[in-house]
Design a protein. Structure first.
Length: 94
């Protein structure tokens, strides 16, 4: 599970208030990660982009956001694992 530094409407850091984030994600293989990093490097250098990039180990595409919670939720975790085990998908390219 990943947390980020987003803030809610009241200005509170959600990662501090709701540190347990659940989602289904697709993680690229090493070859694709290398391509993403090279492309990001080139864009940042060519366009003098500011900000910070996502760290390589965190590269992913969120397929479905489940929610954020203050505490770990074993029920949600069990249901997510059960759903994951029933999922099937043909290979595809982005």
């Amino acid at each position: 599970m990943y947390s980020n530094q987003s803030y809610d409407a009241t200005g509170f850091n959600l990662a501090e208030r709701m540190p347990h984030t659940y989602f289904f994600a697709l993680f690229p293989d090493d070859v694709v990660c290398d391509q993403i990093v090279r492309t990001a490097d080139a864009l940042q250098n060519a366009q003098a982009l500011g900000g910070r990039r996502v760290a390589r180990p965190r590269l992913h595409m969120t397929a479905h956001f489940v929610g954020r919670y203050r505490q770990p939720d074993p029920t949600i975790e069990a249901r997510a694992i059960e759903a994951r085990e029933r999922m099937t998908c043909a290979p595809f390219e982005l």
